[in-house]
Design a protein around this ligand. Structure first.
Ligand code: NAP
Length: 246
């Protein structure tokens, strides 16, 4: 994969999939701005990347807060001059059946998983268009394609992320800015570690490859979509799920 002196911003880079994405980009020579909610988690990842010889900066931002996102994006654009790659990965779950779901849990998931991508894209996407270069990768979920009982808020956010990505792909294409979606299945992170043994067993039963994926499986696909080599791919959804949603 080729990256020509690129700078990337990865949200949710403190743990799990986002951390793996930050690491693989940094290994390929990309300067990585690691965003997470807690200063400790993005700080730890950025420090480890720097210690390994890479280039990284930690920026704690609550992505659910639009004003905070806009302020951080403006400051980072002023500091770095440009951001070439945006990976909207931060996400949460607040599961429950619709009949029992609070409006607070609905809003928290939509704000964190979907509205955050709107704010980052608005702030960083247009400068990418002016520079006539950009790669945007949004991390959705297979749940955004097929739905899931008990996850209506999460499925709505992820399905919205897919439609949002296709729309910005169409808006930005003639300015050489691509936008694609990676839709993971079950991946071994803190998000799935909370599932009880019975649920994990049932999930594995639905996966033809009969195991959960690793964060690196998502990171490798994401990095390809951020690289120069993916330059004619836009508006697409790539499921990385061991065959679950085929
Ligand atoms: P994770 O291990 O729970 O990590 C989530 C990351 O997002 C953390 O770094 C967290 O920050 C950050 N984050 C959450 N809320 C935030 C906020 N308000 N502001 C800033 N950062 C915030 O999750 P993961 O499993 O790696 O998931 C990453 C993405 O993949 C999510 O969008 C998720 O929906 C998607 N996904 C995951 C799976 C899976 O099986 N794991 C499957 C499909 C899709 P802190 O470290 O500061 O808490």
């Amino acid at each position: 994969m080729t990256f020509n002196q690129r700078t990337a911003l990865v949200t949710g880079a403190g743990r799990g999939i986002g951390k793996a994405i930050a690491e693989v980009l940094a290994k390929n020579g990309v300067t990585v701005i690691c965003v997470s909610k807690s200063p400790d988690s993005c700080g730890g990842v950025a420090a480890a990347i720097t210690a390994a010889g890479g280039k990284a900066k930690a920026v704690p931002v609550d992505v659910a807060n639009g004003a905070e996102v806009t302020k951080a994006a403006e400051a980072l654009l002023a500091e770095f001059g440009k951001i070439d790659i945006l990976v909207n990965n931060a996400g949460i779950t607040r599961d429950g059946l619709v009949a029992r779901m609070s409006e607070e849990d609905w809003n928290a998931v939509i704000q964190t998983n979907l509205t955050s991508a709107f704010h980052w894209t608005k702030a960083i996407g247009w400068p990418m268009c002016r520079a006539r270069y950009g790669r945007i990768v949004n991390i959705a979920s297979v749940v955004g394609l097929v739905g899931n009982a008990g996850q209506a808020n999460y499925a709505a956010a992820k399905g919205g992320m897919i439609a949002f990505t296709k729309s910005i792909a169409k808006e930005f294409a003639r300015r050489n800015v691509t936008a694609n979606v990676v839709a993971p299945g079950f991946i071994k992170t803190d998000m799935t570690a909370v599932l009880n043994e019975e649920v994990q067993k049932a999930a594995i039963g639905m996966i033809p490859m009969q195991r959960f994926g690793d964060p690196a499986d998502i990171a490798n696909m994401t990095a390809f979509l951020c690289s120069e080599e993916s330059n004619y791919i836009t508006g697409q959804v790539f499921t990385v799920d061991g065959g679950m949603a085929m």
